[in-house]
Design a protein around this ligand. Structure first.
Ligand SMILES: C[S@@+](CC[C@H](N)C(=O)[O-])C[C@H]1O[C@@H](n2cnc3c(N)ncnc32)[C@H](O)[C@@H]1O
Ligand code: SF4
Length: 415
C-alpha cells in the first residue's frame, strides 16, 4: 500500500476500497437534494485527439441520430417517475464535440425543461471548428448562456505536439462573439506541453482574454496510460509553471475561481464542482446522496439498454458516509474554498468533529489558511492538491475508464 492509499484509508476510516458493482437503481431519488446540477454527454468527434481520455467515437450520422433519440428517452426514463418539476442549478453539455449534433441541442433542452427548472444557465463545450455563425446562432436560439472553447494553445508548436492545427481566425471570432454575445465565454488551455515556455503560456492567456473570454481554464497535460508521447514534461517543470501562472494571474487581477480556472467580469463555467448531479448519455456520471453511478461507455450498448426501457448504468458505488465526506471535500477543495458551515448543512455533522485534526495539520503544513472560519487553499496547498488529483486521475479514473472502454458492463471494479 503506498502512502496515498494509506491516506485514503485514514481519511475514510476504513481499509475498504471503493467498490463498483454492475447492479443499479432503475429509479433515481434526486427530488430532495439541493444544489443539483445536470450534465449531458455527446460522444462524437470529427477527429480523435491522441491525448484525450474522454468517451468519444468518430461522428457517423445514423449512429448519432439513434444516440440522440436514446438520450432523450433516458431523460424521460429518469425524470418521468419522479413526478414533479425539480429546480437545478445548471445544465452542461460536454463531450466529445456536442455541436456536431447542433440540430438536436434545442430538442434535448426542451426535454430537460419538461422536468427541471434551470436557475444558473446552460453551458456547452465547443471545438474551435464549431465557431461558425450558424452554430452560434442556434446556440443562442436554444438559450445557451455559456460556451467553453477547447483552444488548448494558440502556439503553433504546442498545437502541433497535440496533433492540432491553428484554425482560428481571431478577428472573425471577435466579430462573431460581438454579434452573438454569451454571459460566459470560457477557453480551455493546456500547460506542460513539452517545449512550451512560460512566455508562450502567458501569451495564450493574453490572447484568450483579448478574444472576449471572461473565463479561462488552464489544465496540466495529463499523460493517461494509453497516451505515449515521445517527450514528457516533468512534475518539477509543471510545478514551476503552476507557480508562475498563479503569480501572473494575481498581478493581472484575474480572479481564481477554482484550482484550474480564472475569470474576470463574473465569467463562470464549472461542470465539476457540484455536490449532487445527474448525468445523461454515454459515460455520464451521477452523484446523489450516497451513490455514485456511471453509464456505459459503449454507444451501441447504451442505445440498446435504453430501447429496452432500462437505465444504461454500467457501475454503481454505494458510498459509506466517510467516503462521501472525502468525495465532498475533494471537490469542494477544487473550488479552493471550504466552508465548514456548508459541510455541516450537507451532512448534519460538524466538519471539525470529523476532520478537525486533519484541518489543523493542513494549516500547520501551510496547505490551508483560515479566515473568518472559512478555509482557503494556499499556493502550496494548490500544488499538493494537483499532486493528489494527478494520483487520483492516473490510478482511479485511468484504471476505471480503461476497463469501461473494453467492457460495456463489467461485473465489478475495486479502486
Ligand atoms: C471534451 S474536450 C473540449 C471540447 C472539444 N471536444 C475540444 O476538444 O475542443 C474537454 C477539454 O479537456 C481537456 N483535456 C482533454 N484531454 C486532456 C489531457 N490529457 N490533459 C489535460 N486536459 C485534457 C482539453 O482542454 C479539452 O478542451
Ligand atoms: S479533445 Fe475534444 S475533439 Fe479531441 S478527441 Fe477529445 S473530445 Fe474529441
Amino acid at each position: 500500500m503506498n502512502w496515498i492509499n494509506l491516506a485514503r484509508a485514514w481519511l475514510t476510516r476504513t481499509k475498504k476500497p471503493f467498490i463498483f458493482l454492475s447492479e443499479y437503481d432503475q429509479k433515481l431519488d434526486y427530488l430532495s437534494l439541493d444544489n443539483l446540477g445536470l450534465y449531458i454527454h455527446i460522444p462524437f468527434c470529427a477527429k480523435i485527439c491522441s491525448f484525450c481520455p474522454y468517451c468519444k467515437t468518430v461522428y457517423q450520422k445514423e449512429l448519432a441520430d439513434n444516440y440522440i433519440n436514446a438520450l432523450i428517452k433516458e431523460i424521460h426514463l429518469v425524470s418521468k417517475q419522479v413526478g414533479s418539476k425539480k429546480q437545478v442549478t445548471s445544465l452542461y453539455f460536454g463531450g466529445g464535440t456536442p455541436c456536431l449534433c447542433i440540430d438536436s441541442i434545442k430538442k434535448i433542452i426542451d426535454a430537460i425543461k419538461q422536468y427541471f427548472i434551470i436557475t444558473d444557465g446552460i453551458g456547452i463545450e465547443l471545438h474551435p471548428q464549431d465557431l461558425t455563425e450558424d452554430v452560434l446562432k442556434q446556440l443562442k436560439q436554444a438559450q445557451i448562456t455559456k460556451i467553453s472553447i477547447g483552444i488548448q494553445s494558440f502556439d503553433e508548436k504546442c498545437l502541433s505536439f497535440l496533433g492540432r492545427k491553428n484554425e482560428l481566425d481571431i478577428l472573425k471570432l471577435n466579430n462573431l462573439l460581438m454579434k452573438y454575445p454569451f454571459e460566459t465565454v470560457s477557453m480551455d488551455l493546456i500547460f506542460g506541453i513539452p517545449g512550451q515556455t512560460f512566455e508562450s503560456l502567458k501569451k495564450d492567456f493574453e490572447i484568450a482574454f483579448e478574444c472576449h473570454a471572461n473565463h479561462v481554464a488552464i489544465y496540466p497535460l495529463i499523460e493517461f496510460s494509453f497516451y505515449k508521447p515521445e517527450q514528457k514534461t516533468t512534475l518539477r517543470q509543471k510545478r514551476k509553471l503552476i507557480n508562475k501562472i498563479l503569480d501572473y494571474c494575481q498581478q493581472k487581477g484575474y480572479k481564481r475561481t477554482s484550482i484550474w480556472t480564472f475569470s474576470k467580469d463574473n465569467g463562470h463555467y464549472s461542470s465539476m464542482t457540484r455536490q449532487n448531479f445527474l448525468g445523461f448519455g454515454c459515460s455520464a456520471t451521477t452523484l446523489l446522496r450516497n451513490q455514485f453511478k456511471i453509464n456505459t461507455f459503449d454507444v451501441q450498448e447504451y442505445i440498446n439498454r435504453i430501447n429496452n426501457n432500462c437505465l444504461p448504468t454500467a457501475l454503481t458505488c454505494r458510498l459509506t458516509k466517510r467516503q462521501r465526506m472525502i468525495y465532498y471535500l475533494f471537490w469542494t477543495a477544487y473550488s479552493t474554498v471550504i466552508n465548514p458551515q456548508d459541510f455541516e448543512n450537507y451532512f448534519g455533522e460538524s466538519l471539525h468533529k470529523n476532520y478537525g485534526f486533519e484541518f489543523f495539520l493542513a494549516r500547520v503544513l501551510g496547505f490551508l489558511r483560515k479566515k473568518n472560519n472559512i478555509y482557503y487553499l494556499t499556493k502550496r496547498g494548490t500544488y499538493y492538491y494537483y499532486y493528489f488529483e494527478r494520483f487520483y486521475t492516473l490510478s482511479y479514473i485511468d484504471k476505471m475508464w480503461n476497463i469501461l472502454r473494453k467492457q460495456s458492463f463489467p461485473q465489478k471494479i475495486e479502486l
